[in-house]
Design a protein around this ligand. Structure first.
Ligand code: GDP
Ligand code: MN
Length: 432
């Protein structure tokens, strides 16, 4: 029976090997924020925003086509924008399983809202950020459309490398920010915020100016940025992303889209927000991994594998099978590694309830083993790791790495080579 599973695993791993490397830009922008499991839909985020003085369009939410039609009539707007509610971005360019193109539609006719909603609700919407088959749409947002004269990008992130919040903005919004970061990095602006002092007027003004808001729009944008920052703090967000953060020909600064992620350690003091959580649409773990420049492949065994490079992943897979075990998943760390990525990797690996042991198999060429070792000990402590951990490190700085692990006082099993590591991991699972 092992052969077919092994073949399936190998295929998955080959896919992993063939995947293009993630844009370095992504890592600059969001890689270092903390784990984000609570995600709200756009309409929920916008409700929080409007309750806190942030400018969003008037809207209703509907879960049937008929309700959408009624909502469109009730809005009594010159133009209406109908938006499918799923957690992934890129909806504008998405495609429904009904054949309908575009998860965001503008129309002046409420009847058209009804017809479009019929082709949205109950169907899957696939975008660049969803799995191939898409995500089922259960709700639509029916909002008053406004003309947009300019689209900018604004996000507030909790950034580990700065130990605090950072404003990230670009005058080139509406589009994929990763693309802007890759092609025009000079158009990405950042403001590090001192969490004790809070956002300074000068910082909000400078960001507004960098985003290209002129004249009276500059003060308005700065005011919105401050309100967004205050909301970010108040609700324990790890990210507030507004794309587009736009302006209208009438001279209004408006948040046309919204994505908020939360710190799940704050659940105890954000009960109302966590109660809104729609658990039926959790982000796939692959997407979550991609945010940290990690590649994740889920399998059906019980040994989580943390490796660097697809070749090592395949070898690890084979040797686990040879020793009578089955991998639960693979997390590929890739090349340039930061300690915080190791921590995120462990969070992702252990999020899978099937996992009964973790096998780390890292070969340090470019990768510095000491960084991995520090990441491992930090993750073990902070995550209060409950499953056996077998570590095989080899290469650059391996002696320092082994000292870090053995002096940590943590129950980490060291392995001399891959064979030894696989045997120990399989044995630790078999013992249970
Ligand atoms: P996303 O594709 O999932 O990021 O969804 P968005 O909410 O950002 O919508 C996609 C695009 O639709 C935006 O970048 C805008 O160009 C456009 N759009 C959204 N709302 C409006 C609106 O009220 N008026 C106009 N004119 N365009 C809008
Ligand atoms: Mn958007």
């Amino acid at each position: 029976m092992a052969a077919p599973v092994g073949a399936q695993a190998r295929k998955l791993l080959r896919d992993l090997a063939l995947r293009p490397p993630l844009l370095a830009a992504r890592s600059q922008v969001v890689q270092l924020t903390s784990r984000r499991w609570l995600n709200l839909q756009e309409y929920q985020s916008k409700k929080l925003m409007s309750d806190n003085g942030v400018k969003v369009q008037r809207f209703f939410v509907a879960d049937t086509a008929n309700e959408a039609l009624e909502a469109a009539k009730r809005l009594n707007a010159k133009e209406i924008v109908l938006k499918a509610q799923i957690l992934a971005g890129g909806r504008g360019k998405g495609v429904f399983s009904s054949g309908l193109k575009g998860g965001v539609h503008l129309t002046k006719d409420p009847k058209v809202v009804g017809q479009l909603a019929k082709q949205m609700i109950g169907y899957n919407l696939a975008t660049k950020q969803t799995p191939k088959e898409g995500v089922k749409v259960k709700k639509v947002m029916v909002a008053e459309a406004l003309d947009i004269s300019r689209e900018t990008y604004l996000a507030i992130l909790m950034d580990r490398s700065c130990n605090g919040p950072v404003l990230v903005g670009s005058p080139q919004g509406g589009v994929d920010i990763e693309e802007v970061a890759a092609s025009n990095p000079e158009l990405i602006f950042k403001e590090q915020i001192d969490i004790i002092e809070g956002i300074k007027d000068s910082q909000a003004q400078r960001m507004a100016e960098n985003l290209g808001f002129l004249g009276p729009l500059k003060n308005q944008a700065a005011d919105q940025i401050k309100k967004l920052y205050n909301l970010f703090l108040k609700i324990d967000a790890t990210q507030v992303e507004v794309n587009p953060f736009g302006e209208t020909p009438e001279g209004q600064v408006v948040c046309f889209d919204a994505k908020i992620n939360f710190d799940d350690n704050a659940e105890f003091r954000q009960k109302d927000i966590f109660a809104m959580d729609d658990k039926s649409e959790n982000e796939p773990i692959e997407n979550e991994a991609a945010r940290y420049d990690l590649k994740y492949i889920g399998l059906d065994g019980n040994i989580a594998c943390f490796v660097n490079g697809a070749g090592l992943a395949m070898a690890t897979c084979d040797i686990i099978f040879l020793n009578g075990g089955k991998p639960a998943n693979f997390l590929d760390l890739g090349g340039g590694v930061k300690e915080s990525q190791v921590y995120q990797a462990f969070k992702l690996l252990t999020a899978d309830p099937k996992v009964e042991a973790i096998l780390v198999n890292i070969f340090g060429g470019i990768v510095n083993c000491a960084i991995i070792a520090n990441g491992i000990t930090k993750a073990c402590r902070e995550l209060e790791l409950k499953v056996p951990l077998v570590v095989r490190l080899e290469g650059t700085n391996v002696h320092e790495a082994q000292n870090i692990l053995s002096n940590s006082g943590l129950p980490i099993t060291s392995a001399v080579d891959l064979e030894d590591a696989a045997k120990k991991a399989v044995a630790s699972v078999a013992k249970k």
